[in-house]
Write a protein that binds this ligand. Structure first.
Ligand code: ZN
Length: 72
């Protein structure tokens, strides 16, 4: 069974628990602190790679700082 890092929405406690996917989907997992079932997943190693960088090119530095090659 997989482990889940979960956070209780009611008391804010974060805990790691082993449960089946079925238990997770059916919200059968309870907060060990207050027994709430309002839990959300915690992702501790999120690596968001920004894809918003524009590489359209074709424009030059307006201030002339680089002779037109810096992209600004
Ligand atoms: Zn709780």
């Amino acid at each position: 069974m997989p482990f889940y890092d979960l956070r209780c929405k009611d008391c804010g406690k974060e805990f790691n628990i082993r449960a089946s996917i079925k238990e997770r989907e059916n919200k059968e997992i309870e907060c060990p602190s207050c027994h709430s079932r309002e839990l959300e997943a915690v992702f501790k190693s999120v690596n968001i790679i920004s894809s918003s960088r524009s590489d359209s090119g074709g424009y030059s530095c307006s201030s002339g700082c680089c002779g037109g090659s810096c992209g600004f």
